[in-house]
Design a binder for this molecule. Sequence first.
Ligand SMILES: Cc1cc2nc3c(=O)[nH]c(=O)nc-3n(C[C@H](O)[C@H](O)[C@H](O)COP(=O)(O)OP(=O)(O)OC[C@H]3O[C@@H](n4cnc5c(N)ncnc54)[C@H](O)[C@@H]3O)c2cc1C
Ligand SMILES: Cc1cc2nc3c(=O)[nH]c(=O)nc-3n(C[C@H](O)[C@H](O)[C@H](O)COP(=O)(O)O)c2cc1C
Ligand SMILES: *[C@@H]1O[C@H](CO)[C@@H](O)[C@H](O)[C@H]1NC(C)=O
Ligand SMILES: *[C@@H]1O[C@H](CO)[C@@H](O)[C@H](O)[C@H]1NC(C)=O
Ligand SMILES: *[C@@H]1O[C@H](CO)[C@@H](O)[C@H](O)[C@H]1NC(C)=O
Ligand SMILES: *[C@@H]1O[C@H](CO)[C@@H](O)[C@H](O)[C@H]1NC(C)=O
Ligand SMILES: *[C@@H]1O[C@H](CO)[C@@H](O)[C@H](O)[C@H]1NC(C)=O
Ligand SMILES: *[C@@H]1O[C@H](CO)[C@@H](O)[C@H](O)[C@H]1NC(C)=O
Ligand SMILES: *[C@@H]1O[C@H](CO)[C@@H](O)[C@H](O)[C@H]1NC(C)=O
Ligand SMILES: *[C@@H]1O[C@H](CO)[C@@H](O)[C@H](O)[C@H]1NC(C)=O
Length: 686
Amino acid sequence: MALDTLDIGILSVVLAALIGYFAKDLIKSLLSSNDSTNVSTDSRDLVEVLNETGKKAIVFYGSQTGTAEDYAHKYAKELQTRFQVPTICCDIADYDFDKLGALPSEVDGFKFVTFFMATYGEGEPTDNAVDFFDYLDNECDSLEGLKYLVFGLGNSTYEFYNAISKRLDKKLSELGASNISVPGFGDDGTATMDEDYLAWKESIFDVLKDHLSLEEHDVKYQPSIKLIPRPDLSIENPIVSLGEPNSKYINPTTEETKNAIQYGPFDHTHPYLSPIVKSKELFNSETRHCIHAEFDFSQTNLKYSTGDHLAIWPSNSNEEVEKFLKAFNLISKRNDVIGFETLDQTVSLPFSSPITYEAIVRHHLEISGPVSRQFLQSVHQFAPTEEIKADIARISGHKEIFSKEVTEKYFNIADILVNISKGSSWDDIPFEFLIESIPHLQPRYYSISSSSLSEKQTVHVTAVVENEKPQGSDHFVTGVTTNLLRHIQLAQSKSDLKPNVTYDLDGPRNLFKPFKLPVHIRRSTFKLPTNPATPIILVGPGTGVAPFRGFIREKVKQAESGNNKIGKILLFYGSRSVNEDFLYKNEWPEYSKKLGENFELITAFSRDQKEKIYVQHRMLEYSKEINDLLQKGAFFYVCGDASRMARDVQATLVKILIAERNITEEIANNVVRGFKTSNRFQEDVW
Ligand SMILES: Cc1cc2nc3c(=O)[nH]c(=O)nc-3n(C[C@H](O)[C@H](O)[C@H](O)COP(=O)(O)OP(=O)(O)OC[C@H]3O[C@@H](n4cnc5c(N)ncnc54)[C@H](O)[C@@H]3O)c2cc1C
Ligand SMILES: Cc1cc2nc3c(=O)[nH]c(=O)nc-3n(C[C@H](O)[C@H](O)[C@H](O)COP(=O)(O)O)c2cc1C
Ligand SMILES: *[C@@H]1O[C@H](CO)[C@@H](O)[C@H](O)[C@H]1NC(C)=O
Ligand SMILES: *[C@@H]1O[C@H](CO)[C@@H](O)[C@H](O)[C@H]1NC(C)=O
Ligand SMILES: *[C@@H]1O[C@H](CO)[C@@H](O)[C@H](O)[C@H]1NC(C)=O
Ligand SMILES: *[C@@H]1O[C@H](CO)[C@@H](O)[C@H](O)[C@H]1NC(C)=O
Ligand SMILES: *[C@@H]1O[C@H](CO)[C@@H](O)[C@H](O)[C@H]1NC(C)=O
Ligand SMILES: *[C@@H]1O[C@H](CO)[C@@H](O)[C@H](O)[C@H]1NC(C)=O
Ligand SMILES: *[C@@H]1O[C@H](CO)[C@@H](O)[C@H](O)[C@H]1NC(C)=O
Ligand SMILES: *[C@@H]1O[C@H](CO)[C@@H](O)[C@H](O)[C@H]1NC(C)=O
């Protein structure tokens, strides 16, 4: 994990919603000389920064995929506008932690700190919050006098629901900090994150008014950035960003930038532009698709290890870009060049500028995801007519109406606004507002399906294409990255088939040609036992089989290199039908040939017979063998869908232990917990 690279230390109380902690690298160079404020860029000292900027409250976020970050920014913005509390909003890794305790005494008029913390992995902190918890657990003596609030983001389908925000609340109070109110918990599992947050926020704002005597003001959009038209520049000018992944990719003339593009270091701030050398369709279906894609690292020194994740940086589809530009009357301005001035010295831009409107929309904003009720509320002030204003108030005012008219229709921002305005465009929304309110387009993770032992310089991914027409919706809902991969696959194989949505595969200035995408590697803890003789039990239905293909290719390689002590491998795989979506159907017999009796594939095809059969049913048939292997020290792995499968599999394992070992449920649960602590039970679920 490359958090050290984060101490680029910009004062990044950032543009609402926008700054990814991976974007920081590019920002520094962007704050142009026109920035009117005196930015103290490199300090990691919180007290110094607050003293200098006059901020009186802090909002920290611990975020993996941007949700917590998005909420944090909106909340900070509201503290500023509603209560006029100057607030800094930043990544928890942006500053040194040791000044946290000094804030109340050393910063005049300091009010409080709010944490937006997501839970990741199995009840673990997000990558950017790991060091912070380490600090709280091992180094911090006291936070006496610090007032705090916590909002946690989690998913109740996971075993350790909101474990991190709960742990943080407990730890802070143990260290003497005082809670202003009870923590809030947002739940993705019940799809109520937005409502959970809004309810918590209302209660918090009441507390702030009552106990901190904060005065409430009218909420009006106060921009933190100012758009500056640059008629002096055209898209031909090489310094203008057309959507390059970061500033290093724009006009790289120096040896240093050329080197950085070729050899990195690559991480969440700086992706490698990897060629996709091969791609193919894995399903045999007209309506469902799954793409196998191979990324070539042979021209660079980027490394991965079996079980890691590949992060793919997507761009939006042509269809969504057009729809969005049209909704905000930007079609004629799409290629106009713009720069930005920051009006709040703790705010920085999450992308390079000067840049074009289209580049921002296509490469930097999450324009096609679901809309939040909060967003609709904030758009109210820009409604073109009184009638539309009233309609927005009606829809965004009640969660039931919002859910029925927006969420259940699978509308995105352009869809809902154009629907409400009955087709006319929204000319009065400042573009700055859109940049500040719409989440920043984030990379997506894929479990690598190759082995670093057998494919040293090639990374395989296995991605199921998200393309569905859900009940209640009148259109196909498409995933950004997976449809991009499918378009690449169809283009690369010169197929006659048409993708559901199309992309600009050539990229800015043909940078992505032929078939390249920006990627980085995320290290994972999902790893094979170090001793090849240790037996392994793998449960991976659907695309959950991805990392296990990597594991098995690794085993095959070990066997080929003369290791004759390969432990037993049981792989439980399931999908709908043997003829439709059996992933890597032709490969398994080959692996069997190489690994002999040591490898056993046990399949469950849910729809090939009357009654549904899933992997957990097949596990029960193998109860004795599973227990025997575990008694011999086997490692147990689960990968795939977190919402039901991973739970059912764990429950089945407990059942097997109860039956085979004649132990109580409580003891069986303890055994599984023990496996987890000793890394003998590992999950890679999403
Ligand atoms: C650690 C990890 C490993 C993973 N490994 C794999 C893997 O090996 N293989 C794999 O296929 N996936 C994997 N995933 C999931 C993957 O990261 C992506 O989430 C997935 O591919 C969807 O990405 P997308 O960009 O295509 O969809 P997105 O654009 O992110 O959309 C996500 C979902 O929202 C829906 N949606 C879009 N717009 C709307 C709207 N307006 N309203 C409501 N719903 C909407 C889409 O249909 C889609 O189902 C993994 C995830 C994690 C965290
Ligand atoms: C791989 C993965 C693991 C997760 N693990 C947990 C967990 O153990 N407990 C929990 O409550 N939520 C868990 N979640 C849910 C996230 O916390 C939730 O989706 C949150 O909104 C993500 O916030 P972020 O986008 O800021 O990272 C997990 C999500 C993913 C994708
Ligand atoms: C900076 O300001 C100068 C003078 O006002 C202007 O000509 C120039 O376009 C601005 N540059 C940027 C990057 O905004
Ligand atoms: C900017 O900050 C530096 C160091 O804090 C200070 O010396 C300088 O006078 C400031 N400049 C302006 C224009 O405020
Ligand atoms: C911040 O300001 C306070 C009060 O003005 C002062 O006591 C303190 O030394 C300052 N700290 C830093 C690091 O500037
Ligand atoms: C702070 O936390 C304690 C313990 O969880 C709780 O009892 C108390 O109500 C909280 N205080 C406020 C102001 O919510
Ligand atoms: C959270 O839970 C829902 C519903 O069970 C599930 O569909 C979704 O994939 C989960 N979200 C994440 C981010 O894991
Ligand atoms: C999208 O895909 C579905 C199923 O694959 C198909 O039926 C539909 O016609 C497609 N729509 C468009 C606009 O291509
Ligand atoms: C708005 O959406 C509803 C529900 O999908 C649809 O019936 C209606 O025709 C749409 N109106 C416009 C103007 O697009
Ligand atoms: C299971 O354990 C119980 C209580 O420990 C014991 O009475 C019973 O005989 C055991 N049954 C088997 C099949 O070993």
